[in-house]
Design a protein around this ligand. Structure first.
Ligand SMILES: Nc1nc2c(c(=O)[nH]1)N[C@H]1C(S)=C(S)[C@@H](COP(=O)(O)O)O[C@H]1N2
Ligand SMILES: [Mo]
Length: 316
């Protein structure tokens, strides 16, 4: 697949300072040009058509074109550049695939992706707002996370749900070599009531087909009222816990990224405003055409009550 060209935001604008003070990072940047040519491949199997019904909670805002949804990505396991995931994930094998679900549950169980694909699938057209202040509207296909949680029967002591991405350096170029951007596995977590909220889905597809590798094949989380980094990709493990789990971006820089990560235009990131966003495809990188960011990414009516009594200015 040819690399797509996008206006570049300097990485220093979006990534914690700490990364850029790291000598290993400079080495990786120097080596980047050569490496990109070696790992790029177009061997990826074509996403397959899925059957699904129209889901609830849709937005009728214009969908972001499929070529943008699948070529402008964050998936650091394949590199830190926006076109790295599309260019470097061609030899990643999302099948066969299993997800181990355990921890504080009555019936721990390993699910096969083939069985999950047999659940009733719905299309959910959701806004997605990245913490870097760009956004998209994406027609996901998936099922409510609660449908999977019901099958394992969480115990009364379970308060949180923790997620992990696969670690497979042989197929994930960002997980091998001298510079590695994050501590693997990529980790995320939700409070159990957030996880059970009907807006929260496990997605297995987009634009009518199974997920492309770069979007988190074969299964990823989508939580539309939170910043995009909560939407952990290529999940292999789900654990119900009593304590609040760790999450990757908070672990890397807790002064900039939190656990809740609810989209909130009134709480700026320490290094940039969260009041507005660039809807990809609308030319809003440099001031003109920027959209106002909505409280809870426009899903306040559905989710605000989850946070009654919490200080929303502090819960990033
Ligand atoms: N495993 C993993 N999941 C991840 C990421 C990542 O680097 N690794 N990036 C996150 C971020 S920051 C965003 S904005 C979304 C992007 O999803 P998309 O590329 O499908 O639009 O994936 C999230 N999930
Ligand atoms: Mo993001």
């Amino acid at each position: 697949m040819p690399a797509y060209n996008y206006p570049k935001i300097a990485s220093s604008e979006i990534t914690p300072e700490r990364l850029f003070l790291n000598r290993r990072h400079f080495m990786a940047v120097m080596a980047g040009g050569a490496a990109a040519g070696l790992v790029g491949t177009s061997a990826q199997a074509a996403p397959a058509p899925l059957s699904f019904t129209a889901g609830s909670f849709g937005t009728d805002e214009k969908k972001t074109p499929e070529k943008d949804v699948t070529n402008y990505n964050n998936f650091y396991e394949f590199g830190t550049g926006k076109s790295d995931p599309a260019n470097n994930s061609g030899s990643f094998n999302p099948l066969p695939w299993t997800i181990e679900v355990g921890g504080l549950v009555a019936k721990s169980r390993t699910f096969d992706i083939d069985d999950l694909l047999k659940l009733p699938l719905e299309e959910r057209v959701y806004r997605m707002r990245c913490v870097e202040a760009w956004s998209m509207v994406i027609p996901w296909i998936g099922f409510p996370l609660s449908a999977l949680l019901d099958q394992v029967e969480p115990l009364g002591s379970a308060k949180y749900v923790a997620f992990e991405t696969i670690v497979r350096p042989e197929e994930m170029s960002g997980q091998k070599g001298y510079f590695q951007a994050l501590d693997w596995p990529y980790r995320e977590g939700l409070r159990l009531d957030e996880a059970r909220h009907p807006l929260t889905i496990l997605s297995v597809g987009l634009y009518g087909k199974t997920l492309p590798n770069q979007n988190g094949a074969p299964i990823r989380l989508v939580v539309p009222w939170k910043y995009g980094f909560k939407g952990i990709k290529s999940i292999v493990k789900i654990t119900l816990t009593e304590e609040q789990p760790e999450n990757t971006w908070k672990m890397l820089q807790s002064s900039e990224y939190g656990f809740y990560a609810n989209v909130n235009p009134e709480v700026d990131h320490p290094r940039w405003s969260q009041a507005t966003e660039n809807r990809i495809g609308e030319g809003g990188f440099f001031g003109a055409n920027r959209r106002d960011t909505l409280m809870f990414n426009g899903y306040a009516e559905q989710v605000a009550s989850l946070y009654d009594g919490m200080d929303l200015r502090a819960n990033y």
